[in-house]
Design a protein around this ligand. Sequence first.
Ligand SMILES: Nc1ncnc2c1ncn2[C@@H]1O[C@H](COP(=O)(O)OP(=O)(O)OP(=O)(O)O)[C@@H](O)[C@H]1O
Length: 602
Amino acid sequence: MERKNIFWDHIKANRWPYVIGFALLSISSMLQLIIPWLLGRFTDSLQIGGLTYGQAVNFAVWMASAGLGIAFFRSASRIYMFRLSRQLEMRVRGELFAHWEKLSAQYFNNRRIGDLMSHAISDVGVIREVTMQGYYNVMEALFLIVVSVTAMVSFVNPWLTLLTMLPLPLLSLLAYRFNKQIMQQSADMQAAISDLTSRVQEFTAGIRVIKAFVQEQAVRKLFAQDNQHAVNMNRRFVRSNSLFGALSAGIVGFSFLVSVVVGGIMVLKDVITLGEFVAFNTYLSLLMGPIENLGKVVNLLQRGKASELRLLEIFNTQPDIVDDVIAKPEIDRIHGDIEIRNLTFAYPEAKRPALRDISLTIPKGSSLAIVGRVGSGKSTLVHLLVRLYNPPRGTVFIDGHDIHEIPLKTLRGQIGIVPQDQFLFSSTIRDNIGFDPKPYSDEQVAEAAKIAQVYDNIVEFPHQFDTPLGERGISLSGGQRQRVSIARAVIKKPSVLIFDDSLSAVDTITEDRILEGLKSVMNQRTTIIIGHRISSVQHADRIIVMDEGRIVEQGNHEQLLALNGIYADMYHKQLLDQEAERQDVKTRRQGSSVLLQGGTGA
Ligand SMILES: Nc1ncnc2c1ncn2[C@@H]1O[C@H](COP(=O)(O)OP(=O)(O)OP(=O)(O)O)[C@@H](O)[C@H]1O
């Protein structure tokens, strides 16, 4: 269901707390109105000259009590209402995070981290500010305006009140005039901050590449541009805001001028007393703060509207990968019999399909290897098996069920994937390996690390499995990261295990050991290995070769060699490379022994 608003839902859900907050605020405002009245009486008594010492003390006690009352009720109302705003902020941020979790990989592919962070931090912050300062000031202003104007009319003089109030509608006109401009400038400012955040994020993630390619100066220049742009946008916003503030202060000042001139004449002509004049001006000054605030609040409300719209757009983005309507909740296990029938798949917005007419069976417990040129569709094929993207219905089957019939939880819970990008979290090695809803014992974590051939490395670290990893696991070598990712998939003992080019950063001896260790885990389970090295794929029961989204060759290692096609070509090239490498090592060894002999002979 489409979500239409955030603020209104919040008010509806908290109407009674808001009523209580408003009641506390009203008491504080009523107490504020006593002060001008007391001041007026005090001035009149002074002017008449009949003020006794006891009466003066009496006035002072009343003033002090009103002051204390104002302080108490004002803080109580602020604490009460601000708490509601903090709750809203926490709830909206939580909902935003939960909603993002439901959205597909494609959604995140198309968005910059800076924008996402700006929604989570700035937009939600503005929402809080609106309900905090915004609502509070509006309530206070409306209450004070109504009650003070009534008091000014009934206790002092209706004509004086009318004349001083006349310039005030100009404030609303001014707010209306600045409204659109400030909203647009606020959006531009937010966008500039997103750019800056994205720039910092990209810089920190790419710091190694930047240094290696001596791009510090170029990157600094780009950062300076974004930084300047953010400052310019902010200046523009502050300029409009200040102009608005100055003009509204001018209007307020004009009201005071009218009050002093007209009120002064009225006192001289005995239409009102001096005390009434003092009381009137005190009422007016009480009013002016809230009326000025009202102007600022109009801007805040505009920014709030813009933030609300941006957040609603996220909330109303429907997750495109969810349990299908044909999903059968009773399917809570998968065994690993995979069949792909005439699968053609194109990424959203892509011009050409990434996979074309793929048909394939991978019997339960067997191993399939996929090789092929870069961009030939290997990763796409396995991503469809875990529904990171949606394959068309009737094309992918597991255990005879269309993949859309299998609940996502079952599918992803029982297929272990070691993705090409071995992302590790900035927690400990143990947490990274046991990254699963199920808890795992220390023995299970160690066992998975042994199978992935990373155990010996881990126990050499000072904190062993409790070693904290930097962001993206950066404190490990590429090969160690790959093996921790393998352990993370292996520990689940999944029915289907997929390695997406996951052995590229380990040497061939470690690769053999990992594959050997996996045999015991993968006994009776299905394995899919994507690789560029023939050594990682040659023992698979079946190998497919992909090119431009199609399967162009298939068979086992020997059959493919006999075909003398792309696979055989890859094999011979890799043999030649290995031979050249061996020769190179041999020549270097011989060179160094000649040098050594020359050295000893001299
Ligand atoms: N999210 C995406 N949106 C649009 N096109 C994509 C997306 N991911 C991949 N592609 C395109 O789909 C094609 C197949 O990509 P895929 O990642 O499956 O290739 P691959 O064989 O795994 O390559 P590599 O060996 O480099 O990992 C490529 O042309 C690629 O540009």
